[in-house]
Design a protein around this ligand. Structure first.
Ligand code: TTP
Ligand code: CA
Length: 355
């Protein structure tokens, strides 16, 4: 049996700002771009969340909800520095550390566990150490697998330690909403709800034919996740599987020439990223946001991997053309290339974990 921790900073960017500037403590604080520059909220302090402010919300809306909220522009270098510091602590405590982003990581602590040093002790010690040395709180989930640990760390945020004892994974997951499960996004959730499936207990109770219809090739993997039987290992390094670039326009546009030019420029940026990693991708994705904030993506999968800016631009332009319609005004355009489709990724992972 393995013992896995998932640790995640509480309100990462804002907590760093509140730590560095005592005048911000205990107050509604939002980190992000300016409302005039059409910025969005990157992180909201828990005080700000009481007003319904959330990440990715337009800053303008956030400040309407709470006019006395204090906006702080992001200091990415600072967050990167804090991230490196916390990862050093994680590596001292766990034999395997898999960072997921700047502010969260999985840790495998199986070999550190003894009769007098339980997984819960290790997690409590870790939280105390991060608070003492960095002056910041992390929430930690403890479980026998990555997916259950991740769900647990999010359960009682902020400043929480949540333990799912071995053997209790299924009971822990059963009452939770289907969207808590990694891999079930809003779109999938909507379809499942249409079938009357709202909780993970209802999900695992569905017959095999339903699973095959709803999840196809990933049915087996997803079912195991929903039962708390995730065997995927904590891996130190992950290959980069995609590259992308996007731009929010300073004013919305419906001009086809301008949009096509933007797609070309973004394709060049993506090609540079691919160049530095040496990977090509079969799938080219175009992300579009309309002036009313409706956001959607279009993608095409090609027989051969694309790497050059021209190849990427041709594919991305072909996705753009049908979306240019009279009266449709765009505020954001993004281009991405990925090497693996999500549906390819899951069986790949399944092979690694031996089922
Ligand atoms: P999260 O862990 O999603 O959010 P958080 O740390 O602010 O809050 P909590 O975990 O307590 O719910 O993201 C980590 C950081 O990533 C966040 O502080 C800012 C950045 N971020 C963005 O820039 N844009 C986003 O849309 C999100 C979700 C996060
Ligand atoms: Ca976080």
């Amino acid at each position: 049996m393995r013992h896995i921790l998932h640790a995640d900073f509480d309100a990462f960017y804002t907590s760093v700002e509140q730590r560095d500037n005592p005048a911000l403590r205990g107050k509604p604080v939002v980190v992000g771009g300016s409302p005039e520059g059409r910025g969005v909220v990157a992180s909201a302090s828990y005080e700000a969340r009481r007003y319904g402010i959330r990440s990715a919300m337009p800053m303008y809306t956030a400040l309407q909800r709470c006019p006395r909220a204090i906006r702080v522009p992001p200091r990415f270098d600072r967050y990167g520095e804090v991230s490196r510091q916390v990862m050093v602590i994680f590596r001292e405590i766990a034999e395997l550390v898999e960072p997921l982003s700047l502010d969260e990581a999985y840790m495998d602590v199986t070999y550190a566990v003894t009769a007098s040093n339980t997984p819960e002790d290790i997690a409590a010690h870790l939280r105390a150490r991060v608070l003492r040395e960095l002056g910041l709180t992390i929430s930690v989930g403890v479980a026998t697998s990555k997916s259950v640990a991740k769900i647990a760390s999010d359960m009682n945020k902020p400043d929480a330690l949540t333990v799912v004892p071995p053997g209790e994974e299924r009971e822990f997951l059963a009452p939770l909403d289907i969207q808590k499960l990694p891999g079930i996004g809003p779109k999938t959730a909507e379809r499942l709800r249409g079938d009357g499936v709202n909780t993970l207990a209802e999900l695992v109770a569905q017959p095999d034919t339903w699973w095959a219809k709803r999840f196809g090739r990933t049915a087996h993997h997803m079912r195991r996740l929903a039962l708390g039987e995730d065997r995927s290992p904590v891996v130190e390094h992950r290959e980069r599987k995609s590259a992308s670039a996007e731009t929010t326009l300073s004013t919305d546009t419906e001009d086809p020439d301008m949009l096509r030019e933007l797609v070309d420029r973004l394709s060049q940026r993506v090609a540079r990223q691919l160049d530095s990693t040496g990977i090509g991708g079969h799938t080219v994705k175009l992300k579009l946001r309309l002036s009313d904030f409706t956001t959607f993506t279009r993608q095409v999968t090609l027989p051969a991997p694309v790497v050059s800016p021209d190849e990427i631009a041709v594919a991305a332009r072909s996705l753009l053309t049908p979306e240019i319609q009279p009266g449709r005004s765009f505020r954001l355009v993004g281009v991405g290339v990925s090497g693996f489709e999500a549906s390819d990724e899951l069986p790949h992972q399944a092979r690694l974990t031996g089922f």
